[in-house]
Design a binder for this molecule. Structure first.
Ligand SMILES: NC(=O)c1ccc[n+]([C@@H]2O[C@H](COP(=O)([O-])OP(=O)(O)OC[C@H]3O[C@@H](n4cnc5c(N)ncnc54)[C@H](OP(=O)(O)O)[C@@H]3O)[C@@H](O)[C@H]2O)c1
Length: 329
């Protein structure tokens, strides 16, 4: 098979397309002929040598999500047939023509979705659904604040919040992203620069003084104290990304007074059973909303597999709105 390979730690120039032996499905696994994959921040970190793939996944082939057809089935897999259209998340290895994955870590792709649209969905929507709906237990009528709202996860969270009859608000450093996010259901948005104290003031106005019930912090660093300042009593703050920094100084007093919940989350390092559970909830609660048109894929750009260097550069530019997708076969 053809695969994108990280030949050594470094910039986009260390990526190459190489021939690799075809993988084979074990008894509980399926072999997927990958038609499209999508990029994530973790791929950039892995390429730089800062975020190795978890044990059991190809160490040098990036790619954490895919859409494709089932090409072979392990002896113990009963729910899939060769030719079924599936998508899902992987610990790595999805930027290749073939991928082996547990048979319960794939979901059926709705008929109307193209391969490139389908590949843009799993990581962003599973992350947003798991953090906001499953862990933070978002309820109808609540407010949500999403930092980096024009990101893949941010736009997924915006749409899911609407679908759950909550009110999504967001921040971005680019005014155009706020405007475009409104077309996907963003109720209120704020363009931020270095002064993040403006966030609490804007939230005060948006929520008529109540504050935010559920915050998805996709950037970290100084956004955490800003999220604490903007939170409603008993608010839940989900820490999901660290692109703005891995540490912050926070007011412990404010966390106590407001009785806040702060919770960190990652998908990639979870156990197989946890990934099966997240995929099952995605298939049950999220995928049907794509079939019915309530949710829409948000594709920023599409590159061919052999343009993977340019795809990495596009993601790292911070200019993206939604997902960078790789057309594989
Ligand atoms: N925990 C998990 O399991 C998990 C899973 C998936 C993703 N993530 C994390 O979730 C975040 C979003 O992922 P994604 O793939 O959706 O991202 P993405 O599409 O690549 O978008 C990230 C956006 O963040 C903004 N940004 C970058 N650096 C920033 C900074 N220093 N300060 C403020 N904003 C900054 C940029 O938009 P603007 O500056 O224009 O607003 C950028 O376009 C990332 O941090 C990623 O690592 C975590």
């Amino acid at each position: 098979m053809r695969a994108a390979v990280i030949t050594r730690p470094g910039g986009p120039e260390v990526l190459a397309i190489e021939q690799r032996p075809d993988p084979e499905a074990g008894p509980a696994e399926v072999l997927v002929r990958v038609r499209a994959s999508a990029l994530n921040r973790a791929d950039l970190l892995q390429r730089e040598g800062h975020y190795p793939a978890p044990p059991g996944w190809p160490p040098d082939i990036p790619g954490m999500e895919f859409a494709g057809e089932i090409a072979a089935i392990g002896a113990r897999v009963t729910e899939w047939r060769v030719g079924d259209r599936v998508f899902g998340i992987a610990g790595g290895g999805a930027n290749a023509e073939l991928l082996v994955i547990d048979g319960a870590c794939v979901a059926r792709v709705p008929d109307q979705l193209s391969w490139t649209d389908a590949a843009s969905i799993p990581e962003a929507f599973i992350t947003a659904h798991d953090a906001m709906i499953v862990q933070a237990e978002l309820r109808a009528g609540e407010s949500v604040l999403i930092h980096a709202v024009g990101s893949g996860v941010g736009l997924a969270a915006t749409q899911l919040a609407r679908a759950w009859r909550a009110t999504p608000c967001g921040t971005a450093r680019t005014a155009e992203k706020i405007e475009r996010a409104r077309t996907l259901g963003l109720a209120d948005g704020l363009t931020v620069a270095s002064n993040l104290e403006v966030i609490a003031a804007a939230v005060e106005e948006w929520t008529r003084g109540r504050g935010i019930d559920v915050t998805l912090d996709l950037v970290g660093g100084d956004y955490l104290p800003a999220s604490i300042a903007a939170a409603a009593p008993r608010g839940r703050i989900m820490l999901i990304g660290t692109v703005a920094g891995r540490s912050a100084t926070v007011s412990v007093g404010a966390i106590l007074r407001k009785r806040l919940t702060l919770r960190g989350t990652v998908l990639r390092a979870r156990s197989l059973d946890e990934k099966r559970a997240a995929t099952a909830l995605f298939a049950r609660d999220v995928v049907p909303l794509f079939a019915s048109g309530v949710l829409r894929p948000t594709v920023d750009s599409v590159y061919d597999l052999d343009q993977i260097r340019a795809a990495h550069e596009r993601l790292a530019s911070n200019a993206t709105f939604g997902k960078v997708v790789l057309r594989v076969a």
